[in-house]
Structure formats: structure tokens, C-alpha cells
Design a protein around this ligand. Structure first.
Ligand code: SF4
Ligand code: SF4
Length: 461
């Protein structure tokens, strides 16, 4: 039997040596970066909330309709069949992340990530309002919950429900969301279960899991070691200025007085003085904490600051580097290809399909009748009426109750058509026709289609 041994050092900033959860109760440091982050954070919360309600060209600004495999972005609709464009969007997003990270490190994590923004500027303020400062919160951790903590947990349901509604609006649209909200759970049990599960996940995340998302779960955080180099901008401690640590009056000590304010304020529980760490989300709280200490000591600010590792070692900043050039070129190429495809793409898609019925019939007048379906996807910015005509065969006609076919903006409609063609034009059981679709506003598409018919004069299948 193997005995369990405690590690010599802490393995994870959010774990105690015995493996139990180490709750991080950071002290808020209200410096210049905190003020700026709060403004950015609340602007982003307003934007995240408003985006599903904003309409561009009659469509939602952002709608990721996974069920119908349809994505709407700022007035443009993309379907799963738009593989080239979707691939270019994916490449552009990935290269942008890589380029941005190699230049500015984890600025996104500290300033823009919804996990950080909602935790730091929505949930933690509620916590401080009810439970008090970080020391009072730690006391509650030791002594067990009192009524304030119970009220906090009950109150957290409200922002969790709010976030769930905002989150789902991106996937189902605001109209469907409000339909879900207004109807009884018994009418829409599936919708109710989805809402309950997402609310539960939000509640679990912001109540219990919290910084663990950044420390152990987020794939972006795990990629830092690959994406960063020594010229990337990070939040860093200047050891040449700060070390050796010592008392304020010690003439041989550096500027760091080992007050640990940068540690108690850290929301991921690390010590920035240990160097660049994967857990650091670049939230700048340690900068604000240390600047306040330096102000009191009447020493220059910036013992902890935004700088590259090379800058902290005394070298000049180097923004333009081979990797940033290569990433930028990749991004330009992908973005140019995407814009070109978008600019040249037609305002509608037309697909002609055989109907689910007998392949053809022959009437007494000798006309061969095929039943087909024409699917039209309107990608234009307004609803359109599409007219279908037949080309290529003398005496051929189409019969349909839906001509012109109205298709609302961003929608797909299907028209059922009977195509009547003289029997004499069939050779070896088939003939080719052209279905033409126009909208009277510039859209004009032709689709060739092979009709089925009799092989010989006596065949009437
Ligand atoms: S806040 Fe500044 S002075 Fe205090 S321990 Fe951290 S680095 Fe040193
Ligand atoms: S080390 Fe500083 S910047 Fe990094 S997470 Fe902690 S407080 Fe934020």
C-alpha cells in the first residue's frame, strides 16, 4: 500500500496542501487600473446584454442558431454550407487570438473575458456588500456561514438567471427567448429544462467554481506557454528594483518591503514576485496594490507594471518581431479572402431537389410530369419574391401554387413544382432543363436539372 504524501510546495494556488479547496478572498485594490477596468467591464456588460436585441438589416446583430445551422453576424447570414467563409472566419479568429496574445499577453483575460468581468464587477461586489471585506469573508470561511452568506447565495440566483437569459438569447434569439419566458414550463418542458440547467451552471460557476475556470479549465490559459515570448506584454514584477526584499529603512534592501499586498489582492491567489505564471490573468490588481504602497513610501510607481520580460530585464521593447509579422500576414490574407468572398456572394441560394414521389407520370396528351422541390435561401437584407421559370425545352411548363415564392430575410422556403415536358424530348429516360430564379432586384440564378421520363415510346411508368 502506498502512503499518501503531501507535496513539498503548493501544487495549485487554489488547493491547500491536503488537497482541500483554498478559497481565494481577494482584497480589492482601488487604483487607476481598477477604475479603468470597471468602466470597461460595465461597458462590456451593457454590450453583452444589448447585442442580442440590436438588429442590423432586420436581423439580430448576433445569432448562433445551432439547431438550424445558421449564423447571423451584423446583417450577414452564414449557413453550414458556407464552408469556405466559415473556415476563413475560424482561421481569422484563431490567428487574431495568437497575434494579440503574442503582442499583449493576457489582456483579454483581465479586461474582456466574461468570466472575469461578471465575477469581478457583478458577483464580488454583491459579496463585499453583504459579507464585508476580505478579512471578514475569511473569518466566515473559518467559522462557518452566517445569515449574510446564506442571503448572498440566495441573491446570486438573480444574476445567474439574468446571465442565462442573455446567454441563451445569443443561441435562440430574443423573440424565442421571450416566448419561453412567457409560457408555462408545462407547455415547454424542454425549454424549461435547458433554462434550469444553464442557470444551474452559471450559479455553480460564479458561486463555487470561480477562479478555478482560469486556473485549471480555460484552454486559452493553458496555451500561454506557447503563445507568449519574452517580448510579450505581461503584468510583471521588477526584481532588479525590488530585490532583495527588506524593511523600508534597510539601506541594502530593494524597493519591495514584502508587505504582501500584491498577494492578498490577487484573485487567483498567486505571488507575482515568483515570476510569470500560468494562473496570472493580468487583472492588474497587484499593480494597483503595489502602486499604493509605493505612493506611501514616496517611491516611484511601477515596481509591478505592464512590461515584457525583456523590458523587466532592462532591454528595449520590441513590438515588431518575426512571429508578429508572420501572424499579421496570415491574418491579412484570411481577412482579404473572407471580404472578397462576402462581397461577391449572391443574395440567395437556390437548390433544386427531386420530390419524394414517383419519379414521373405521363398524361393522355403525352406530357411527362416530374415533381421537384426548389429551396431558396434569402441572404439579402430585405424579404424578396422569387419567380421561377423554365428554360431549354420548347413547350415545357411549370405548375406551382407558389410562384413567385416569398422568402423573408434570412429565411429558407421550399416550393413544390410540377414540370411538364413533351414526351418526345426524352432520350434514354432523361432530359435536361434549366430552372431560372429571379427576384426582380438583380438576383438571377440558373440551375440545370435532369428530369426523368420514359425510355421507349410505349413506356408509361
Ligand atoms: S505590494 Fe509591492 S512592496 Fe508589497 S510585497 Fe508586493 S511587490 Fe513588494
Ligand atoms: S498576479 Fe497580479 S495581474 Fe496576475 S492575476 Fe494576480 S493580481 Fe492579477
Amino acid at each position: 500500500m502506498t502512503a499518501t504524501q503531501a507535496p513539498d510546495e503548493r501544487v495549485l494556488s487554489t488547493l491547500n496542501r491536503d488537497g482541500s479547496r483554498r478559497w481565494i478572498r481577494p482584497k480589492v485594490s482601488k487604483g487607476r487600473f481598477h477604475r479603468r477596468r470597471m468602466i470597461v467591464g460595465w461597458a462590456l456588460i451593457a454590450l453583452f446584454t444589448a447585442l442580442p436585441y440590436i438588429r442590423v438589416n432586420g436581423m439580430p446583430a448576433v445569432l448562433i442558431d445551432i439547431v438550424h445551422r445558421k449564423f447571423t453576424l451584423f446583417g450577414y447570414t452564414f449557413l453550414a454550407t458556407d464552408t469556405k467563409m466559415l473556415m476563413l472566419v475560424a482561421i481569422s479568429v484563431i490567428v487574431t487570438i495568437v497575434l494579440f496574445t503574442s503582442a499583449f499577453g493576457r489582456v483579454w483575460c483581465g479586461w474582456g473575458c466574461p468570466q472575469t468581468v461578471y465575477l469581478e464587477f457583478l458577483y464580488r461586489p454583491i459579496e463585499r456588500w453583504l459579507e464585508g471585506s476580505h478579512t471578514k469573508q475569511q473569518k466566515l470561511d473559518r467559522e462557518g456561514p452566517n445569515w449574510r452568506r446564506i442571503v448572498k447565495y440566495a441573491l446570486y440566483i438573480v444574476p445567474s438567471l439574468f446571465l442565462t437569459h442573455i446567454f441563451l438569447a445569443y443561441f435562440i434569439g430574443v423573440e424565442e427567448l421571450w416566448r419561453w419566458v412567457r409560457s408555462s414550463p408545462f407547455e415547454h418542458p424542454t425549454a424549461f429544462i435547458v433554462m434550469a440547467i444553464v442557470t444551474g451552471a452559471m450559479y455553480f460557476d460564479f458561486t463555487y467554481f470561480r477562479e478555478q475556470v482560469c486556473v485549471v479549465m480555460c484552454p486559452y490559459g493553458r496555451l500561454q506557454s506557447v503563445l507568449l515570448d519574452k517580448n510579450s506584454l505581461v503584468v510583471g514584477y521588477d526584481p532588479t528594483r525590488g530585490e532583495p526584499r527588506g524593511k523600508k529603512r534597510d539601506p541594502n534592501a530593494g524597493d519591495c518591503i514584502d508587505c504582501k499586498n500584491c498577494v492578498t489582492t490577487c484573485p487567483t491567489g498567486i505571488d507575482i514576485r515568483d515570476g510569470l505564471q500560468m494562473e496570472c490573468v493580468n487583472c492588474t490588481q497587484c499593480i494597483d496594490a503595489c502602486d499604493a504602497v509605493m505612493d506611501k513610501l514616496k517611491r516611484p510607481r511601477g515596481l509591478i507594471r505592464y512590461a515584457s520580460q525583456n523590458q523587466l530585464e532592462g532591454e528595449k521593447p520590441r513590438w515588431i518581431r518575426p512571429r508578429t509579422i508572420v501572424y499579421s500576414l496570415f491574418l491579412c490574407a484570411a481577412a482579404t479572402a473572407f471580404v472578397t468572398l462576402l462581397a461577391t456572394r449572391k443574395t440567395a441560394d437556390v437548390i433544386v431537389l427531386r420530390a419524394k414521389a414517383s419519379p414521373y407520370t405521363v398524361d393522355d396528351a403525352g406530357m411527362v410530369r416530374n415533381r421537384i422541390r426548389v429551396k431558396i435561401q434569402n441572404r439579402d437584407t430585405v424579404g424578396r419574391d422569387y419567380t421561377m421559370t423554365l428554360e431549354g425545352i420548347e413547350g415545357a411548363t411549370i405548375v406551382t401554387a407558389q410562384n413567385p415564392l416569398h422568402v423573408a430575410v434570412g429565411e429558407m422556403e421550399t416550393a413544390g413544382l410540377f414540370v411538364n415536358v413533351p414526351r418526345g424530348v426524352f432520350q434514354n429516360g432523361s432530359c435536361e432543363v434549366t430552372i431560372r430564379v429571379t427576384d426582380g432586384a438583380g438576383f438571377d440564378a440558373r440551375r440545370k436539372y435532369r428530369l426523368l421520363g420514359p425510355w421507349g415510346p410505349g413506356e408509361t411508368k
